[in-house]
Design a protein around this ligand. Structure first.
Ligand SMILES: Nc1ncnc2c1ncn2[C@@H]1O[C@H](COP(=O)(O)OP(=O)(O)OP(=O)(O)O)[C@@H](O)[C@H]1O
Length: 480
C-alpha cells in the first residue's frame, strides 16, 4: 500500500506521455461527433501535451482558441476520455508558444481516418522512385529489433531474416500467412528496414493488394499503365500485403503475374502476406498459386502467454512506461490472439491510469478493460501466495523457493505449493517451474499437505489463515 501511495505521490505534477494511439482514439471520438469542416478548423492544429495531474493537456494556437475550446469542446473531450475509461475526466487547454506551434505541429501525424487500423502505415503511399521515399512507406516501429520472437513466429522470423540477409537468394518469394494482427506486416517491413540500412540505394516498395488494385484501375483509366508497370517492375524488394484479396480479380491477377515474373527473373526479392496459405485462396489462377509456392511458405500462429507478456513489456519500455509485471500478465491473459488488440489493451490501461491519476495495479487494469472485454476477476497469483506464505512463516520468499531442505523451509514450501494449486489455475508443471522443481515434487507437496490437514493443528491453522488472507486480498482487489 505504501508503495502505491508513493507512486501516486510521484505522479503528481509529473507530465505523463499520452501515446499517439490514445490521442488518435480521442481525436477519432471527436471526429465522429462533429462535422468534418469543424474538425479540420479546430482540431487539426491542436497538439497533445500529455497528462498532468490527471488532466489531459491540449495545446492550442492562441488565447482565442483556448476560450473557444473551453466553451465548445470541453464536454466533448471529456466524453471522449470517459469512453476511454476515465472516471473523472479532466481537460485543460494551454496556449502553445508561437515557435513550438510552428515547429511541432507539422511533425504530428494526422489522426488516422476512421476505418484504418491504428499503427498501420497508409497502404500504397506515394509513388516511390527515390530510395529516400522508402522511409515513407515503411512503419519505423516495424523493425526486427522490435519484434519479439516466440515459438509461434520463430520460423517466419528466421525466414524473414534469411531473406533480409540475402535478398533474392534465400527464399523467393517468401510467403507469410496467419490470422489478423499477428505480425505479418511487421515482419515484412522489418526486412525492408534491414535492406534499406545495408543497401540504401535499393528500391523498396510496400503495397497492400487493395492499393495495388486501385492504382491499376486508376492507371488504366488515366492511360498510365506503362508508368504503373515501370514502377512495380523496377524495384529491388516488393512487399505485398493481404495477397488473398487478389481472389476473383482477374485483371489484377494478370498484372501481378507479369510483375512477379519480371522481378523473379531479375532475382529481385518478393515477400507476400496473406491470411491463408496459397492453396486456400479461392479463385486464384493456378499459375499464380504455383509461383507463390516456389519459395518458402511460413505461418505465424497466435502467441503464447509468455510471448504476449514479452510483447507488452517491450511496448511499455518503448513508451517509457513503468508498469508492473503482474499488470502486464493480467492484460496478457485478457487478450489471447490478436497482437494489435493486445497493444490496444495496454494503451487502454495506460490511459485509464493516467487520466484517473492512479498507479498501475491489477485492479486498475481489470477495470480499464472491463468495458471492452468480459469483466475479469482479479485472481491471486503464484507470487501473491509465495509472498503471503513467506510473511506468515517469517522468512524471505527466496528462501522458500531456494534449495533448502530443512523442515522449517520444506513445510512453508509445501504449503505454498498446496495453496497455489488450490487458489490458481496453474498446472503442476507450471507450479514446479515457479519453484525450480519438477511437477512430481509439487504433486508430493499437495498430497502431503492434504494428508496432514486436520491431523496437524499448526499446519491446519497456517493453511486456514493463509487461505482467508489470500481470499480477502482477492475480494479487496475486485472491489477497488
Ligand atoms: N512478435 C511481435 N513482436 C512485437 N510486436 C508485434 C509482434 N507481432 C505483432 N506485433 C505488433 O502487432 C501489431 C499488428 O501487427 P501487424 O500489423 O504486422 O499484423 P498483421 O498480421 O499484418 O495483421 P493484418 O492481418 O491485419 O494485416 C503491430 O503493431 C505489430 O508491431
Amino acid at each position: 500500500m505504501l508503495a502505491a501511495q508513493d507512486r501516486a505521490a510521484r505522479m503528481k505534477g509529473e507530465v505523463r506521455v499520452i501515446t499517439q494511439e490514445i490521442w488518435a482514439d480521442v481525436l477519432g471520438y471527436v471526429r465522429k461527433n462533429i462535422s468534418e469542416v469543424e474538425y479540420h478548423t479546430w482540431f487539426a492544429p491542436v497538439k497533445n501535451l500529455g497528462v498532468q495531474d490527471g488532466a489531459l493537456v491540449i495545446g492550442v494556437r492562441n488565447s482565442f482558441a483556448q476560450e473557444w475550446f473551453r466553451k465548445h469542446y470541453l464536454e466533448l473531450l471529456e466524453d471522449a476520455l470517459r469512453a476511454l475509461g476515465a472516471q473523472n475526466p479532466q481537460v485543460s487547454f494551454q496556449v502553445l508558444p508561437a515557435a513550438q506551434d510552428a515547429l511541432l505541429l507539422p511533425s504530428d501525424p494526422p489522426p488516422a481516418p476512421p476505418g484504418r487500423p491504428p499503427g498501420r502505415p497508409p497502404a500504397g503511399g506515394p509513388p516511390t522512385g527515390l530510395p529516400t521515399e522508402n522511409r515513407k512507406t515503411l512503419n519505423p516501429k516495424y523493425t526486427f529489433e522490435n519484434f519479439v520472437v516466440g515459438p509461434n513466429n520463430n520460423l517466419a522470423h528466421a525466414a524473414a531474416l534469411a531473406v533480409a540477409e540475402s535478398p533474392g537468394k534465400a527464399y523467393n518469394p517468401l510467403f507469410i500467412y496467419g490470422d489478423v494482427g499477428l505480425g505479418k506486416t511487421h515482419l515484412m517491413h522489418a526486412v525492408g528496414h534491414y535492406i534499406m540500412e545495408r543497401f540504401p540505394e535499393k528500391r523498396i516498395e510496400y503495397v497492400s493488394t487493395e492499393s495495388f488494385t486501385n492504382e491499376l484501375i486508376n492507371a488504366i483509366r488515366d492511360d498510365k499503365t506503362t508508368q504503373f508497370r515501370n514502377r512495380y517492375r523496377s524495384v529491388d524488394l516488393l512487399l505485398v500485403d493481404d495477397i488473398q484479396f487478389l481472389a476473383g480479380k482477374e485483371r489484377t491477377q494478370e498484372e501481378f503475374f507479369h510483375t512477379f515474373n519480371a522481378l523473379y527473373e531479375n532475382h529481385k526479392q518478393i515477400i507476400l502476406s496473406s491470411d491463408r496459405p496459397p492453396k486456400d485462396i479461392q479463385t486464384l489462377e493456378g499459375r499464380l498459386r504455383s509461383r507463390f509456392e516456389w519459395g518458402l511458405i511460413t505461418d505465424i500462429q497466435s502467441p503464447e502467454f509468455e510471448t504476449r507478456v514479452a510483447i507488452l513489456k517491450m511496448n511499455a519500455e518503448h513508451n517509457r512506461i513503468d508498469i508492473p509485471q503482474e499488470v502486464l500478465e493480467l492484460i496478457a491473459r485478457q487478450v489471447t490472439s490478436n497482437i494489435r488488440e493486445l497493444e490496444g489493451a495496454l494503451m487502454r490501461v495506460v490511459a485509464f491510469a493516467s487520466l484517473n491519476s492512479v498507479p498501475f495495479s491489477r485492479a486498475v487494469a481489470a477495470k480499464a478493460l472491463s468495458n471492452v472485454f468480459a469483466p475479469q476477476e482479479v485472481k491471486v497469483e503464484m507470487m501473491d501466495v509465495l509472498r503471503s506464505t513467506a510473511a506468515h512463516f517469517n522468512m524471505p520468499p527466496d528462501v522458500i523457493r531456494g534449495s533448502g531442505r530443512v523442515r522449517e523451509v520444506v513445510v512453508p514450501r509445501q504449503v505454498a505449493m498446496y495453496l497455489i494449486r488450490e487458489l490458481t489455475d496453474h498446472s503442476l508443471p507450471e507450479i514446479g517451474q515457479f519453484f525450480g522443481r519438477d511437477h512430481s515434487t509439487v504433486m508430493h507437496a499437495v498430497s502431503k499437505v492434504t494428508e496432514q490437514l486436520g491431523k496437524d493443528p499448526n499446519l491446519t491453522a497456517s493453511v486456514d489463515a493463509l487461505r482467508r488472507h489470500l481470499q480477502d486480498v482477492e475480494d479487496e482487489e475486485n472491489d477497488t
